[in-house]
Write a protein that binds this ligand. Structure first.
Ligand code: ASP
Length: 336
């Protein structure tokens, strides 16, 4: 009779101890992808329900494309590139096909990609003839001895590496053209842009089954940007950063602020030096540092353990994630 409770206790203790030491979910190989399609004045009612559906469908398609690569054991680099290409090919986002217009009425594209395993990075800026800038950024990383190439030189490098140079007409999207005209009109009236823009840059960050992190970001920049302006996206550490020691980050927002704060690298550095969580680091940079400086935008990030963060200080941010066999999540607004 006396033995029973003792045996029971022993079994219970073994169970509790093994549950604690195994900590099962954390020993499983975590992997996943997070994407964004830009932050800004994205509020319910701004778009028709058909438009919202289209945005969500495209974001989900990009998410699935990246996730499938990860699930099949592919690299985070391949996953983020694949996801970004889908968004670049869509007219709905400010990257590739849907790139916004500069003040001179042309499209100038920037992109960057980074490999968290070895800190290799590739970036391109001021492109006019490249359909998928993210792939050229990757080529700069993998096929040149440089990190960043711009404008004509970058396109010369593209040609040498088998990229097709396309007619800039490809980037004409009526809605983007109308946005430029609206801003130009507003400028005439008040000499100020009232900042009601949706930034619309695209990005992806991923963690693969081998524990490697990668980040990719692609953009047309800001509508009405002046000659030669380059934003945060292709500046490694500002709009794009990945380091296996910490996290991968892709940003969207007013690039000038993201450059000055070195947003993406700052999140990684806070984690590395202060030993704080990704969520705390990302919130601090977006909700304290960026906000205090007067900047707006957001980031998506994933850390080496597969934890994610998606803070932004704008009314909305197109975003989504798919992690470890869970259902995909796609969100547009702040409260959903
Ligand atoms: N960050 C981009 C830039 O400043 C704009 C965006 O996020 O849409 O070029």
């Amino acid at each position: 009779m006396k033995k029973f409770p003792l045996v029971f206790l022993a079994v219970l203790l073994t169970f509790i101890l093994s549950a604690c030491s195994n900590d099962k979910p954390d020993t499983e190989k975590k992997y996943g992808i997070v994407i964004h399609g830009g932050a800004g004045s994205i509020v319910p009612g701004r778009y028709s329900s058909e438009q919202e559906e289209e945005f969500e469908k495209k974001l989900a398609e990009a998410l699935e494309a990246g996730y499938e690569i990860l699930e099949n054991g592919g690299s985070s680099l391949d996953a983020v590139e694949a996801a970004v290409i889908i968004l670049e090919d869509s007219p709905y986002f400010n990257a590739g096909k849907g790139a916004v217009f500069t003040a001179s009425g042309i499209n100038e594209l920037d992109a960057a990609i980074m490999n968290g395993e070895n800190l290799q990075a590739g970036a391109v800026a001021g492109l006019h003839h490249i359909k998928n800038p993210i792939s050229l950024a990757r080529a700069v990383m993998e096929k040149s001895e440089h990190v960043m190439m711009i404008s004509d030189g970058a396109e010369q490098f593209a040609e040498q590496n088998g990229f097709e140079l396309i007619d800039p007409e490809y980037f004409f999207v009526q809605e983007r053209w109308d946005s430029l005209q609206k801003i130009l009109q507003r400028e005439k009236e008040s000499s100020k842009n009232n900042g009601e823009e949706k930034f619309g840059t695209v990005g992806a960050v991923a963690l693969d089954k081998n524990g490697n992190l990668a980040a990719a970001t692609s953009t047309g920049g800001m509508t009405n940007k002046k000659f030669g302006r380059v934003g945060d996206v292709p500046i490694i550490g500002a709009g794009t950063y990945a380091n296996n020691k910490t996290c991968a980050v892709s940003a969207t927002g007013q690039g000038e602020y993201f450059i000055r704060l070195n947003v993406a690298h700052d999140i990684s550095a806070l984690m590395e030096y202060n030993n704080i969580s990704l969520v705390d680091a990302a919130n601090d940079v977006i909700h304290n540092k960026l906000e205090n400086l007067g900047g707006t935008g957001g980031v998506i990030a994933i850390d080496k353990n597969g934890k994610i963060a998606m803070p932004f200080n704008t009314p909305g941010m197109f975003r989504g994630y798919k992690l470890n066999n869970e259902n995909p999540v796609v969100l547009l607004f702040k409260e959903q």
